[in-house]
Design a protein around this ligand. Structure first.
Ligand SMILES: [Zn+2]
Length: 404
């Protein structure tokens, strides 16, 4: 039974590492995931953008691609200078090292939480590493994701994993953002979403063609159907939208029917998931050399295939799978929790870890409700996150996870 919580490094810096570890042990947690690098994010969003548990500040903007260990250049000689991890100039403490050393005195497992393919700063400054959509635009909201097939991106990720495993004696490495970005559109039509779905960079195009996929046919099929849908007066006139259940259902059914007849698009979707799976496999081979556990934070399985995550394959490679089942802050239905967990189990995940949103607008009652719904299917829970949650929410999480 895993009871874990995600912790941001600035909370450790501001509150004191021992203070937080002591508190988490007292509450009854047994796993602590520390972000060893982080992406640009206004804390805490969506919600009130307030952090509750930090002793020094009530709001924080995490800087793009900040890393919290002191990297050794010997691990990064085989990649271009412009993507090598560098210690931020403002950081004078090796937080990962201190965390690893101090946690040994507590009954808590240390987890290195690693955003894997989202590197905002590299993506912003060096578009040659980014994922591309069907029109060649950088895909995803705010252009944050690197292409998992780019050889230098793969080396970067593997070198980071190697350094954390070896020099920083990792116990478990947790891969976050091990996926393609979500499409920006909220249209329920798969074909409109596919217009924004990567990756069509030169490396990916060459790879698809080497395995017999006709990339031009994939693009033509997607564009043809999307054009038909987008030129329909019902959509452009805003009469058909996702808030109308009948419109949503019909658009989705129409898309699925069109997809059934388009084998090339299906082959391409499968190839994308194989690229992500292949990268996770390479990372696993690396962590195994050092006896390090490997876990990942996955999108719920009903739609994980859209971002390239194949639960069936990943459940055979990863030691632990954490599923982000966030509800209140994203206005998502709690009723999906048992449904998503059931799919994960049917795909081979033995003990899925349910990732629970504990930051406002989540309340003690919504947290208890979410955990109660998950309980018949798992006993393992993870809370997002320490800094973002009022103490009453953390207590509700612990009490409802432990009881029953
Ligand atoms: Zn690509």
């Amino acid at each position: 039974m895993i009871l874990g919580i995600w912790v941001h490094p600035w909370d450790l810096i501001d509150n004191g590492i021992e203070n937080i570890l002591e508190e988490l042990e007292k509450h009854g947690f047994n796993h602590v995931s520390l972000a060893v690098r982080y992406v640009e994010e206004r804390q805490a969003f969506p919600g009130q953008s307030l952090i509750y548990r930090n002793a020094r500040r009530k709001t924080y903007l995490s800087y793009r691609d900040s890393i919290f260990w002191f990297p050794s250049s010997e691990y990064y000689r085989d990649i271009p200078e412009n993507i090598r991890p560098k210690k931020p100039s403002w950081l004078d403490r090796d937080i990962v090292k201190e965390f690893r050393e101090r946690i040994a005195s507590y009954n808590l497992k240390p987890v290195y939480w690693l955003p894997t393919l989202r590197w905002d700063k590299i993506a912003g400054e060096h578009p040659e590493y980014c994922v591309r959509d069907i029109y060649g635009n950088i895909a995803g909201y705010k252009a944050q994701f690197l292409c998992p097939l780019n050889p230098n991106v793969r080396k970067l990720v593997l070198n980071v994993v190697e350094e954390l495993s070896c020099r920083y004696e990792a116990y478990e490495i947790e891969l976050d953002y091990i996926r393609y970005p979500e499409p920006v559109t909220h249209s329920p039509s798969l074909f409109i979403k596919l217009l924004q779905t990567p990756c069509f960079c030169d490396n990916c195009r060459k790879y698809y063609e080497s395995i017999g996929i006709n990339v031009d046919k994939v693009k033509k099929d997607i564009v043809d159907i999307a054009n038909t849908l987008l030129t329909s007066e019902d959509i452009t006139g805003n009469t058909c939208n996702i808030n109308d259940p009948e419109c949503s259902t019909n658009l989705l059914l129409h898309s699925l029917y069109e997809l059934i007849n388009r084998i090339e698009v299906s082959k391409w979707l499968k190839a994308r998931t194989e690229i992500i799976t292949g990268l996770v496999e390479e990372i696993r081979d690396k962590t195994r050399q050092y006896g390090v556990k490997l876990s990942a934070d996955l999108v719920p399985p009903s739609h994980s295939w859209f971002v390239g995550q194949d639960y069936e394959k990943l459940s055979q490679i990863l030691d632990i799978i954490k599923i982000m089942l966030y509800t209140e802050p994203f206005h998502r239905s709690h009723k999906l929790i048992p449904y998503e967990l059931s799919i994960a189990i049917s795909k081979g995940v033995k003990e899925p870890v349910a990732g629970i949103s504990i930051w406002p607008p989540s309340t003690p009652n919504t947290i208890k409700r979410d955990i109660l719904l998950a309980k018949p299917l798992t006993k393992s829970f993870y809370a997002y996150s320490y800094g973002w949650a009022p103490i009453a929410n953390i207590k509700a999480f612990i009490e409802s996870s432990k009881t029953g």
